[in-house]
Design a protein around this ligand. Structure first.
Ligand code: FAD
Length: 445
């Protein structure tokens, strides 16, 4: 009988294991054949690395910076020089976070953003349902907020692109309270949208995926790959965990996987109704991450930053993902929300052409001729089925939110979807893993 068994070797499960391993008998069961979960590195044909899952770390994400340093990794700042592009009607250049739009549209957008930020600041991220207006805000969607507080269509469209970039979901899918909580949990919406000073500030030399591999390496053979957990039963004598091929016994279990995936496990006794209802109302957002590699970052010759936003094509948000010190350039684009499900259904070749069309619409025909290309459709990943994180529609936080972190018997919950700070981010995954490890340690003593 193990002291603790952790389901999932993403950053959350790995952090929980790292904390328990020195003084407890702990094992990690991971369905896939690799660690990292929603963090995944890719090696281009020329040997350069990139990340097809989570990659950035920014100010306020102190646990992640600490882990990077502790594992002997270092960071480099994303390229953030030159003009950004916005496609709203025509293509325009701008600097800073707010696109170059007409004065009435800018005023409208700024007013809506300021109102959103002011509302978010009022929330306690540990219990957003306790705010005096929580019930009102939780019955509205972000779409309702935009209809009420924006007056011009371009401002609404820009806000919608920003929401897509942060949540991989559409405004009508999201409870306003959830969106406000998420912004508060990640410092502010502005921080979540920004490069320098924000959540997109730094990348890890070698890749975030390599960091996950390194952390898993410190746990040695405690991590078992290719072990999808199918059933968990528990009684006074402990917990028994069944994978496709083996069974394990432990005193305590930490579930460190997205809610939609936890629902794939059969629990005996059945989960309490509140927990089951909560997880069923936490579907993942949808995203395809696309990286084209060029012989050099050619857009910089024209004074462009590689950051572009807007338009009607598959990719509406791009970044210059070129690693410092490498000669080959990388353009990164996201296909998000409903578009991601649409472009998930086509062939890889058709999707690649659509992505390069979108890149060319911002950066010219040279973008059609990469030396290499890679994308990752997270909506189709069998152990994730979407990203960046779970979303919540109207009414979920105020009716079921209190169950989010509550253990069920000897079962503890981790994963970024249970974080107070950094919900949806690697930072939140680490916080949740550490919190669940503390719970288990306390229960074992
Ligand atoms: C495209 C993309 C871009 C992102 N960008 C960023 C970013 O730049 N910065 C940032 O901080 N965050 C980013 N994120 C979010 C970040 O990656 C996640 O918040 C974080 O990695 C979640 O970690 P986790 O351990 O909570 O969950 P996961 O990483 O999802 O780990 C859960 C693990 O459980 C395993 N599993 C699932 N079902 C079972 C089962 N039945 N049995 C056993 N194992 C199972 C999975 O295989 C997985 O390894 C991004 C995510 C994606 C996909």
């Amino acid at each position: 009988m193990h002291d603790a068994l952790i389901v999932g070797a993403g950053f959350s499960g790995l952090e929980a294991a790292r904390r328990l391993a020195p003084d407890h008998d702990v094992i990690v069961l991971e369905a896939a054949d690799r660690p990292g979960g929603r963090v995944l590195s890719h090696t281009f044909a020329n040997g350069d690395e990139t990340d097809l899952g989570g990659q950035w770390v920014g100010p306020g994400q102190d646990r992640l910076y600490g882990l990077i340093a502790a594992m002997g990794f270092s960071t480099w700042p994303l390229w953030d020089e030159g003009d950004h592009l916005v496609r709203a009607g025509g293509l325009k250049r701008y600097r800073g976070t707010i696109p170059n739009l007409s004065v009435p549209v800018l005023l409208d957008l700024n007013r809506a953003l300021s109102r959103f930020e002011a509302m978010a600041r009022q929330l306690d991220p540990a219990s957003p349902w306790t705010h005096a207006k929580a019930h009102v805000w939780d019955r509205m969607t972000v779409g309702d907020f935009l209809r009420r507080y924006t007056f011009t269509a371009p401002a609404r469209e820009m806000f919608t692109v920003g929401i897509g970039a942060v949540f991989c979901a559409e405004p009508h899918e999201l409870s306003l309270l959830h969106a406000l909580f998420y912004a508060r949990s990640g410092r502010s919406l502005d921080a979540l949208l920004s490069v320098t000073g924000g959540a997109q500030q730094d990348r890890v030399h070698g890749s975030m995926g390599a960091l996950a591999q390194a952390v898993a390496g410190t746990l040695g053979d405690r991590v078992h790959y290719g072990q999808p957990v199918r059933a968990i039963g528990w009684d006074a004598s402990g917990v028994s965990v069944q994978t496709g091929s083996q069974s394990f016994k432990a005193k305590r279990v930490i579930l460190a996987l997205p809610p939609s995936q936890a629902l794939g496990i059969r629990f005996d006794p059945a989960l309490p109704a509140g927990r089951d209802a909560l997880w069923r109302r936490m579907p993942a957002g949808a995203c395809i991450k696309c990286v084209a590699q060029y012989d050099r970052p050619f857009w910089r010759d024209s004074g462009l930053s590689g950051q572009a936003v807007g338009g009607e094509l598959a990719v509406r948000v791009t970044f210059d993902n070129t690693e410092r010190g490498k000669s080959a350039g990388q353009l990164l684009g996201f296909i998000e929300g409903e578009e991601a499900r649409r472009w998930s259904a086509v062939s890889a070749e058709t999707r690649r052409e659509a992505v390069l069309d979108a890149f060319a619409s911002f950066f010219g025909d040279a973008a059609r001729s990469p030396i290499d290309y890679a994308d990752k459709d997270w909506t189709s990943d069998p152990w994730t089925r979407g990203c960046y994180a779970a979303i919540m529609g109207p009414g979920v936080w105020t009716t079921l939110g209190e169950d989010l972190r509550r253990p069920v018997g000897p079962l503890h919950v981790a994963g970024t979807e249970t974080a107070i700070h950094g919900f949806g981010y690697i930072e939140g995954a680490l916080e949740a893993g550490a919190r669940a490890a503390d719970e288990v340690r306390a229960a074992l003593t």
